[in-house]
Design a protein around this ligand. Structure first.
Ligand code: MLT
Length: 262
């Protein structure tokens, strides 16, 4: 299991395959394990790197403030440890917020973007309030209530039982402290549309046709501000499109990377 030592602890990540580096950043409240279908399929052609964000999976909580930028800096530290100058950077939902934060932290490390079921807009006041309520409740009583609330929203009604079970297993394994920190960090994230508008590398936007958390309108907003971006809708999938429809998502990413010349 590879780890990189950083101030305050160690970050765990998976790295599989050889070739052009593809960094995949997980969503909330998950770990690198959500990317198993992509690690398995894409490692034949790419070097796929999937970190556990601070406090999640096998990574230490680390100290200091947690923000989308601190998560992004942790991802950069992993690229440094692997001596990777720049990578294609993909992220699902919160992972997408962090991919966009990487543009603020060290844009030169981002060779191309793969934004999956995410959005460039910040939270409105009501969403911020809800995040704080949930963070305080998670700290008091653990994550079970949140897992129960989220599960039906993350997947389509037709999702396979095996996918529901795996998603629930990964969410239930995460530490309440990390979950609370991520909720507060997401509430503080800025609008990223200007960063996307300035990004001139290749980009791909993917959205599950049934995603109600970050719906097609949000995906379209990102594709509209990105130069020359491609928007692909995945039928029969909701927010966790990479887990529900792995073949379609893998084929879309593979085709994008092929056309991007990697
Ligand atoms: C995620 O899947 O990472 C979350 O739904 C993101 C969010 O709550 O904004």
């Amino acid at each position: 299991m590879p780890f990189v030592n950083v101030s305050g602890g160690a970050l765990h990540y998976a790295v599989e395959g050889e070739g052009e580096p593809l960094l995949l950043i997980h969503g909330f409240p998950l770990s690198h394990e959500m990317w198993r279908p992509q690690l398995d399929a894409l490692k034949a052609s790419y070097r796929v790197i999937a970190p556990d964000l601070r406090g999640f999976g096998g990574s230490s909580a680390l100290g200091g403030a947690t923000t989308m930028e601190s998560y992004a800096s942790d991802c950069v530290a992993i690229l440094d440890a692997l001596q990777i100058d720049s990578a294609f950077v993909g992220g699902l939902s919160m992972g997408g917020y962090i991919a966009m934060a990487m543009l603020r932290v060290d844009a030169g490390r981002v060779r191309g973007l793969v934004l999956v079921d995410t959005q460039a807009s910040p939270d409105d006041d009501a969403a911020k309030k809800k995040r704080e309520e949930n963070a305080a409740r998670v700290e008091k009583e653990g994550t079970a209530f949140l897992v129960e609330q989220l599960l039906p929203k993350l997947l389509s009604k037709g999702a396979a039982t095996s996918v529901q079970r795996e998603l629930s297993r990964i969410m239930s394994a995460q530490s309440p402290a990390a979950v609370a920190s991520a909720l507060r960090a997401m509430a503080k994230r800025p609008d990223s549309k200007d960063m996307l508008a300035r990004f001139s590398g290749p980009s791909l936007v993917i959205v599950g046709a049934e995603d109600e958390i970050t719906p097609i309108t949000k995906a379209k907003q990102m594709a509209d501000v990105l130069t020359g971006s491609e928007l692909v809708t995945i039928p029969g999938a909701a927010h966790m499109s990479n887990m529900e429809a792995p073949e379609a998502v893998n084929a879309t990413i593979r085709e994008f990377l092929r056309r991007a010349g990697s």
